[in-house]
Structure formats: structure tokens, C-alpha cells
Design a protein around this ligand. Structure first.
Ligand SMILES: Nc1ncnc2c1ncn2[C@@H]1O[C@H](COP(=O)(O)OP(=O)(O)OP(=O)(O)O)[C@@H](O)[C@H]1O
Ligand SMILES: [Mg+2]
Length: 282
């Protein structure tokens, strides 16, 4: 795969250092440190309002980086926006497909926006649609698609530029279990073929457990717990002194329900009493 200017070798896919982004008085992202290693699937988890989407939008350069640094394969998201954009594909949380266009037209639009070479476009659009299993439906209007097909179409839009990093904001929300598995199968097939790195958010903990190499639990603008799903689950078991391995959902509740102050202070407050509270933070 050719990119105009080669990125520095051995750089991580994403490095955020002290990233801070505020909407007015709301610090949506508050000193975020985050590394996504090349080739891994990194899951950014956290309650509603934790700052996940805002952080992702800073990484994609759709939002500026007012404080801290964001690098994508070594490229600075503030100073080298176009270079960063060429490296990544993005499936936003909000619907990004146009229902009045066919699947093929939607993907072709992204191919143009993402600077895919004109003579390669038709072929790449066809490949991207095939990669998500939409070949047969490619020439139907997107408004005739099911929810799962729309999400796969958005995946094709993000894949058409052959990104080294795929950023997905809740790619499987609202999908039935089969459609969810389907989306992940397509992502993993592309990864196997290309070595693409993936940064994903999801509220489905069992999905994160199954598909993410590492997860970061974000709360109030910062990552409060980081590790492989197994490490985080074992860590909670140790803190609780139990033999039964908690689920990733237990870990999520532990972190998100803890009202914690400062993760660097060591350990999180034990919140056995915490109930399932989806904190609206901010
Ligand atoms: N455009 C905006 N204008 C003002 N405030 C915003 C805007 N977008 C997000 N916020 C605020 O920033 C904070 C973080 O929001 P963000 O959407 O990044 O959270 P999230 O972790 O993606 O949540 P969810 O899981 O619900 O998608 C919240 O307090 C939210 O209300
Ligand atoms: Mg979000």
C-alpha cells in the first residue's frame, strides 16, 4: 500500500498525551493519555458522557486539539491534519450514510472525499462493498437497507481509503446479535488481510471482552483503568478478594460508579454497593 510520505517506522497507531477538550465549561476530555499499538484492537469503554466520542473526534482531526498532543502513526493531528486523515477511516456514532443514495454511491462519495486516486476508485469501491458483504445490495438505495446493512455500509465507507487505522464509534449499537457478530467478522477479516489497527467504542461489554486486545475504561474525560480484558477482570477479583472472576461489566461498574478522584493515587474505591448507574457526567 502506498502513502505519499512514509510515516516514521515503529510508531504507535495512536498516542494521546494530556489531551483536553472543553465545550464551554464542560471538560469533555480532561488530560487523556492513551496509546493504541499498531495492529491491535483497542476498546475505549465508559459511561455516557465520559468523553469517548469527543476524544475520537480529536484523533480524526474533526475537532482541533486545544491542549495536549495527538499523534497517529507519528503524525501530529494538530500540525499534519491531512496526513493524519489519509491514515484513518472513521465510522461515526451518528449516521453517516445518505439514505437517498445507493450503497455504491455512498461509498464512492467517501472515496472522493478521502482522496482515493480517481483511476482506482471504482475498483476500491467494489472491493470495500465486497469486504462487508454488500455486493448484491450495492445498487439499491440505502433507505431499503436493514440497520445491520447500514452499519456495514458505513464500514465500507470507512474502509474504502484502505486505512491503517480504523476508528469506530459504537459500530454495533442497536444491532441484533447476529448482525453484531457479522460486523466484527468483517472487521477482523480486513485486519487479517491488512494488519489494520482498530480503535473502537462500545457499550457492549461482552463484545469488548471477546474482540478487544486491550481496553481503556474512560470516565470523566480520562482513562481510569487500562489493560487486557482478562487483566482488568483479574485485577478486580484481587481487589475484592474473590475467587470468582468478575465480568468486564463488573469492572465497568466498579470504575464508572466509583466517583473516583485520581487514578494515579493507586487503586479505585471499592464500590461493592454501587448499583448499575449509568452516570451522566459533565
Ligand atoms: N457538541 C457539544 N456541545 C456541548 N457539549 C457537548 C457536545 N458534545 C459532547 N458534549 C458534552 O461533552 C461530554 C462528553 O460527551 P461525549 O459525546 O464525548 O461522550 P461519550 O463518552 O461519547 O458518551 P456516549 O457513550 O453517550 O456516546 C458530555 O458532557 C457531553 O454532554
Ligand atoms: Mg459517544
Amino acid at each position: 500500500m502506498t502513502s505519499d510520505i512514509p510515516a516514521p517506522p515503529a510508531a504507535d497507531a495512536v498516542t494521546c498525551t494530556g489531551l483536553t477538550y472543553a465545550f464551554g465549561r464542560t471538560r469533555a476530555v480532561d488530560g487523556l493519555d492513551l496509546t493504541v499499538r499498531e495492529g491491535e484492537v483497542f476498546g475505549l469503554l465508559g459511561p455516557n458522557g465520559a468523553g469517548k466520542t469527543t476524544a475520537l473526534r480529536c484523533v480524526t482531526t474533526l475537532l482541533p486539539v486545544p491542549a495536549g498532543t495527538v499523534r497517529v502513526f507519528g503524525r501530529d493531528a494538530a500540525g499534519e491534519r491531512m496526513a493524519v486523515r489519509r491514515l484513518l477511516g472513521y465510522v461515526p456514532q451518528q449516521l453517516s450514510a445518505d439514505s437517498g443514495l445507493t450503497g455504491r454511491e455512498n461509498v464512492a462519495l467517501f472515496a472522493r472525499v478521502f482522496d482515493v486516486r480517481r483511476r482506482e476508485r471504482a475498483e476500491r469501491v467494489t472491493q470495500a462493498l465486497a469486504a462487508v458483504g454488500l455486493t448484491d445490495a450495492a445498487d439499491r438505495l440505502a433507505k431499503t437497507y436493514s440497520g445491520g446493512m447500514v452499519r456495514r455500509l458505513e464500514l465500507a465507507q470507512a474502509l474504502v481509503s484502505a486505512p491503517r487505522l480504523l476508528i469506530l464509534d459504537e459500530p454495533t449499537i442497536g444491532l441484533d446479535p447476529i448482525a453484531r457478530t457479522d460486523v466484527w467478522d468483517h472487521i477482523n477479516a480486513v485486519r487479517a488481510a491488512t494488519g489494520m489497527s482498530v480503535l473502537v467504542t462500545t457499550h457492549y461489554m461482552e463484545e469488548a471482552d471477546q474482540y478487544c486486545d486491550r481496553v481503556g475504561l474512560m470516565h470523566r474525560g480520562r482513562v481510569r483503568a487500562l489493560g487486557t480484558p482478562a487483566e482488568l477482570r483479574r485485577g478486580l477479583a484481587e481487589r475484592r478478594g474473590t475467587d470468582t472472576l468478575p465480568t468486564l461489566e463488573d469492572v465497568f461498574r466498579d470504575v464508572a460508579g466509583s466517583g473516583l478522584q485520581d487514578p494515579s493515587g493507586g487503586g479505585f474505591r471499592d464500590v461493592r454497593s454501587t448499583r448499575r448507574t449509568a452516570h451522566r457526567v459533565g
